[in-house]
Structure formats: C-alpha cells, structure tokens
Write a protein that binds this ligand. Sequence first.
Ligand code: ADP
Length: 341
Amino acid sequence: MPLIELRGVSKTYPGSKRGETVHAVRDVDLAVEEGEIVGVVGYSGAGKSTLVRLINALEPATSGSITVAGTEITTLSERRLQRVRRGIGMIFQQFNLFHSRTVYGNVAYPLVVAGVPRDEQHARVVELLTFVGLTDKAHAHPEQLSGGQKQRVGIARALATGPSILLADEATSALDPETTADVLGLLRKVNRELGVTIIVITHEMDVVRSLADRVVVMEDGRVVEQGPAFDLFTRPQHPTTQRFVRTLIDDVPDGPTTEAIRRHHDGRLVTVSFRDESVSQSAVFAEIIRRGVEFELVHGGIEQVGGRAFGHLTLELRGDPGAVSDAVAAVGALVETTEVA
Ligand code: ADP
C-alpha cells in the first residue's frame, strides 16, 4: 500500500470576481511509496503548493480521497487530523523560522508543543543539531545564519517529532547553487538514514535531477505526466515536461544556436542522443572513424540522472559525402539521431 495516495482529488477556491471558481487542483491521482523521494514540478500557479496543503491536511479537498499511512484524512475530525499532521514535517522557501528564538529554541519548539519532557527535549535537540551539522550554532539567532544554515535549522525543526514524511515547498529556491547542493545532500541523508519519505516541490529541474526517484509534472492543476526520473528526463512525452527538461539538458540546437555554429562549421550537423547505456559512445564514434569521416563536437552535453548517463551531442561530420552518409546511417542504426538543418 502506498504511504500517500490521492484519488480523484480536486480543490477549488472562490475567485476574485463574483461567481468565479479557481480550479487549483483538478482530478489528481498520485501514489507515493514509503521511502521514495518524489519531485513535483510545474510553473508558478500549477497547483503544487495547494497539493501539499491537501496532503498535510492544512486545507480540505473539495472532492476525492486522500490516504496517509492508510488513514483516509478527508473525513477526519480536527483532533485526529492533528495527529496525522504530527507525522508530516514541512520546510519552506523562506524557512519560516521564529526570529525571536535561538536555533535551539526553534528546533525545540515542536517538542514543547507536543509536551515532550524537558530532558528528552534536550537530548533530541542535540541529536538533531548534530544530524544537520549545526551544534556550534545552537545559541545563535536566525538572522546570524546564512540561508543554507537557516534551511538546516528548518530541516531539524521539521524532523523534531520524528515524522515519516517530509514536504519541501521550494526549499532551495532562495539559495545559491552551492548552498542548494548542500541542502539537497542533507535531504538525501534524511531519506537514506532516517527512511523519511520526501516530496519536493520545485520549479528547478536540477533539484529534481539530483534528488528525485520519481517525478510528477503539474500544469493548470492537473498531473500531466509522471514516472521514474530517468524515464521522464530521457523520454519526456508532454510538451511541458519537454520544456522543463530542456532547461537542464540541451538537445537539438535551436535556430540562433545553429546559426552561431554555422559561422564556423559548414559540415553536416547531426545530433546524437544517448539514452540507452547498452550503446556506448565509443561504439558510435567508431562507426564514424571507421569510414574515414572526421568529426567535431559542436553542441550538447552528458548529464547524470539517477546515477545513469544521458544526453545529446551534436556532431559536425566532414569528409567524402558518401562516407558521411554511410556514417550517419550506421550511427542512426545504433542510437537516435536528428539532422540539424
Ligand atoms: P503553485 O504552487 O504551483 O505555484 P498554487 O497551488 O499556489 O500553485 O496555486 C494554484 C492556483 O490556485 C493558482 O491559480 C492560485 O492563484 C490559486 N490559489 C491558490 N491558493 C488560493 C487561495 N487560498 N484562494 C484563491 N486561489 C488560490
């Protein structure tokens, strides 16, 4: 049984004009397995944050069914909902720390609310600060911390009551790339060492690439595509997914790029797509070299998704036209190729 399951879930809000209805989430089916990291991507307004508020029962769904750890939450009383919420940690883009409290006080807060005895609180806070690498900042106030450190406090606080689920809403969007990598590393550790199931909401494909096992793409309240991260990156079906993937991985050069390449390269241009690890790059290049055709890499790159390599390389091929055509045909028999006009 999935840890979180949504069936036919919709959420509407009254719009700003009289009689208008905003369909924030439309008929969403989603299953999250225990121990997974799921990335939810979409542009602003796609319904991602609403989806998260439905999962942690901050708002009721308009229709559909949501189960968390086997409990149907759409019909629960407020008191029972509080118990469900205690099993779900949450971190935010703006960290949402209490500025009047120290790092220690922020992390201890959920334990105080839960009525945990003082000595137990202390042991737990020390354990959490050690886990996120902030023991030396226990008595600092949030304004004395860097963005990355603030988010570490956010993560420690979210984990205080030992939740089995962590929801991260654009948790790295306010951070620079290096700090982002740091925080993503910590989230991976939370998942691997504590077994916490994580849902990350983001508009950054790099976050998804480095973290998610599975990806859900939302647009206009709907889930338009979902699947294992590698499949989604290598064979995106929906135009929105394709656009997101292109923000990270160059495929066939676009018009202006082709024009720039053409200023220095008048040979035949072919984009070669590596998606399948059973075909090595050297096998592809050998087909070209064997025919006495010269080649140069003029565009593209190889990325790692879920520990597997994939990407697109655009080659300029030069030599006898017959040999070049043979080489293109031979390469095309091994991997997907696209002729660049
Ligand atoms: P995202 O997180 O993907 O940016 P949201 O879930 O915040 O998207 O919003 C989805 C849609 O629902 C948007 O059109 C937004 O304006 C609308 N919306 C979200 N919350 C409310 C609300 N409390 N009242 C009215 N409309 C809302």
